[in-house]
Each structure stands twice: as C-alpha cells, then as structure tokens.
Design a protein around this ligand. Structure first.
Ligand SMILES: Nc1ncnc2c1ncn2[C@@H]1O[C@H](COP(=O)(O)OP(=O)(O)OP(=O)(O)O)[C@@H](O)[C@H]1O
Ligand SMILES: Nc1ncnc2c1ncn2[C@@H]1O[C@H](COP(=O)(O)OP(=O)(O)OP(=O)(O)O)[C@@H](O)[C@H]1O
Ligand SMILES: [Mg+2]
Ligand SMILES: [Mg+2]
Lengths: 226, 226
C-alpha cells in the first residue's frame, strides 16, 4: 500500500545543500505495524512527511495504494491526506487560538461529515485519549502531554486507513504511553489500520511487528519479529 | 537555594478554575541534582515555571538564594533569570526566524558579554551538543532532536548556577540522550550546578541523586539515593 522507490530529498536553503534522505526504498503492506528508529537528524520525519503527502521527494517515486502521487495536484494531495492519512506531528502542530475539540475536528472538514457528527466523533476521540474535560481549552492552556494527546486524537478521528505517528509518546509518562500504544495495537488489529510510528524508545518500538532503522538518510536495517 | 513553601497555582481561564499546583513545599540545596516525575498534567511544568521566575504562584512563597522573589518587579525577575537560571523548555521555545547560534546567544544579552565573546561561547555550546555545523540554520530547518539540542545549548551558555530542564531528552535517540545526561552530570559535579530535570523516563531520572514525584498538583514522593 505504501511503495517508496529510490527516494531522495535534498534541502537547499542557501549555502550547502542538506541531503535529508539519500536513497530510500521500502514497501509497507496494508495492515502492517512498523516502528521507525534512528539517530536525531537521520531523516525519519522527512520520510514521514513524504509518505504523508506533505512533501515531495527531490527524486524517486512514491506509490500510495498503487497510485503515483508525484503526479498529484496540491488539491488532490490535500484530499488524499484528509481521506487516507492520520498524522501525529513531532511538534504537535495544533492551531493556537482554537480549542482542543475544534483542533480534533479539523481533518473531518474534507470528509463531508455534518457539524453535529464532527463534534460527536471529536469528543469521542478526546475521551479515548483521556481528555474530554479539556475539550474547550486552547493549546496554551494544556500541558505538553495533553497537547500531544490532542494531536493523537486528531489523527484517529477520521478513521483513516493509515496512521503516521512521529514520536507520539515523547511527552507522555510511562502509563499514558502504554495506553496510547495499546490504542494503536487495537486500531491495527481490530480496524486493520496500517500504522507507522517513529520512536527512539525501544519499549515503544516493541509494540510493532517490524522495525526499520535510518542512519544519515538511508535505511540500514529492516527487521520483522515473529 | 530553592525554597518553595505552600505554593498554589490556580488558572482561571474562564469557566472552571484549574488547580495546577495545590500545596507544594520543597527545599533544594545548592549543587543538588533532582529528577521530577509524575503523570501528564500533574503540575511539573507549572512548578518549573514558578521556580524559573517565569510565573508567579497564586499564593505561597518562593525564596531563591534566600530572597523572596514574590516582591520582585518584572525587570528584576528578568535579570535574575538571565544571571542565575538556564531553562530548557518542554516545547523548546526557539525564536523562529533566528539562527541556532543567535538563539543560543540570547541569554547572554543580560550579562554584559561583548558580541565576540557571545558568539564564541554560543559556538562552543553548540559544539558541546554536537550541532556546530547547524549554527546558521533556523529552527524550521532543524529536526526535532536538533531543535531540542539548540534549546539545551541555550540553557548552558550563560554558566548559570541553576539549570531547569523540562523533558530535555523527549526527542532524542538513546545514545544522544545519554550524552546529554552525562553533560548534566559533568556540569553538576565539576561546575557545581544545581540541576532539576523533569522527565517521564526512569532511565533518565536515574542520573539524578533525588527524585520528586508529582500527582494532581501535589508532591507525593521525595526520595534520595545513596
Ligand atoms: N494557561 C492555563 N490555563 C488553564 N489550565 C492550564 C494552563 N496551563 C496549564 N494548565 C493546566 O494545569 C495542569 C498542569 O499543567 P502542567 O503543564 O504543569 O503539567 P505537566 O505535569 O507538565 O504535564 P506534562 O507531563 O503533560 O507536560 C494541567 O491540567 C493543564 O491543563
Ligand atoms: N527545511 C530544511 N532545510 C535544511 N535542512 C533541513 C530542513 N529540514 C530538515 N533538515 C535537515 O534534514 C535532516 C533530517 O531531518 P529530519 O527532521 O528528517 O530528522 P529526524 O530523523 O526526524 O530527527 P529527530 O529524531 O531529531 O526528529 C537533518 O539534518 C535536518 O537538519
Ligand atoms: Mg524527527
Ligand atoms: Mg509539562
């Protein structure tokens, strides 16, 4: 379902170009649960943004469900994201002057849900991450771990078949981290979601059935557990 | 050196007041290395902001080096922060259109260092966290773990006697986390810095000699190792 072939991503911000991804090829099948690990700066978030249709590679191909997305217009990419992908960002990316429940409703605006149904689903997602009493709070009124959980609720609310989670437990205590990983396991087993989690914690990676390791913009290891 | 007595912090954003800190009393001596743990939303960051002179308690007293800071003006608090406290924020709080080295130089503006000396010290701090080649990059050109390390460099650059680090390794791989914690141990042992680290990872807390646990705005445990 996710087929990446010889992906290269070079940033040229002025001065020396930065090779964030060098030559990355990977196939992830429907319903897999994959952990992505690797040192700081090794290209994990860059990879996630490309497969999440938020960024284009400098060269190489990306086929999502058999379709080559490099041909897609901006609008088509936004539609694909809204329908197929739930994304938990490393920096949360919550909208500042917007309440938690409104932040969680956002991905559903593309999906044709009525306002009442969006509100119901958003509150349900907040209950799932233990934050229903914070529904009307804005991000600056929430703790770091609460903001992270709002970002997680936003990623599950549109029932997308793919979940991309970039360090989803970085700000959570051990107990809450386990609850979130058990949620992901349920979504994978019961709803058949394809889940890719970037993490630097081996305990979190152990919930996945396959671990892919990055180093200096390349994949250096790809291990399945049985 | 840090004496907190019956601190209470209530937020009243409109609607139900939120008791972030209920009744917190704690003494931390010069040169101690303390880990602060507790569930998401239990008051850790609120506590750190108060002892870091970035926020005032609703009631209760805070004496820093024997002086009651509740009497201080805004300017006096800014001066105390610039001279005495290095702060690593949970959300990094880097300035967006400013390079890494300029971000690291910021705390020194209060300390009377010349421009050349500020630049030298800032580059040295970036070398210490392994980021010298990213000195001229802006935050949006850096990975999550690189931004976190710039925030750490900024907290060590003014040689402040107190370091407050709120989840400083949340976005770092295991190896880099260990390097950062070993840096903190060196600063504590060799430079006599008083260090308080909020973390939810027991491996990180084990570098400290004392662990304080929060729950629902109260301290529920305070343990020293021997
Ligand atoms: N400006 C605010 N207005 C209302 N409530 C707030 C505000 N800031 C923080 N809070 C609330 O205060 C409580 C404590 O927050 P704090 O950030 O100190 O928690 P924390 O222990 O650091 O959590 P985490 O581990 O998730 O970072 C939380 O319930 C939070 O929602
Ligand atoms: N806009 C940009 N301009 C220049 N370089 C960039 C830009 N964005 C990212 N980079 C660089 O690309 C490399 C890979 O970054 P990426 O965010 O993918 O790393 P990562 O593996 O997610 O790291 P972390 O674990 O620290 O989050 C880094 O060296 C980073 O500095
Ligand atoms: Mg990253
Ligand atoms: Mg916090």
């Amino acid at each position: 379902m996710i087929a990446v072939e010889n992906i290269r991503r070079v940033y040229t911000p002025g001065g020396t170009p930065v090779v964030a991804l060098n030559d990355v090829s990977l196939n992830i099948g429907t319903g897999e649960f994959v952990a992505v690990m690797g040192p700081s700066g090794s290209g994990k978030s860059t990879f996630m943004h490309i497969i999440g249709c938020l960024d284009r590679p400098t060269s190489g191909a990306y086929r999502l469900d058999g379709e080559d997305v490099s041909g897609f217009s901006k609008d088509k990419l936004a539609e694909v994201r809204g329908k197929k992908i739930g994304f938990v960002f490393q920096g949360f990316n919550l909208i500042p002057r917007t309440t938690a429940v409104e932040n969680v409703e956002l991905p559903m605006l593309y999906n044709g849900f009525e306002a009442k149904e969006r509100r119901r689903r958003a509150l349900e997602a907040l209950i799932t991450v233990g934050l229903e009493e914070k529904a009307d709070r804005r991000p600056n009124e929430l703790s770091g771990g609460q903001q992270q959980r709002v970002a997680i609720a936003r990623a599950i609310v549109n029932d997308a078949l793919i979940m991309l989670a970039d360090e989803p437990t970085g700000n959570l205590d051990t107990k809450t981290s386990q609850e979130i990983m058990e949620l992901f396991v349920r979504l994978n087993r019961e709803a058949g979601k394809t889940i890719i989690v970037v993490t630097h914690e081996p305990d979190i990676a152990s919930y996945a059935k396959r671990t892919v390791r990055f180093r200096d913009g390349n994949i250096t290891k790809d291990e399945r557990k049985w």
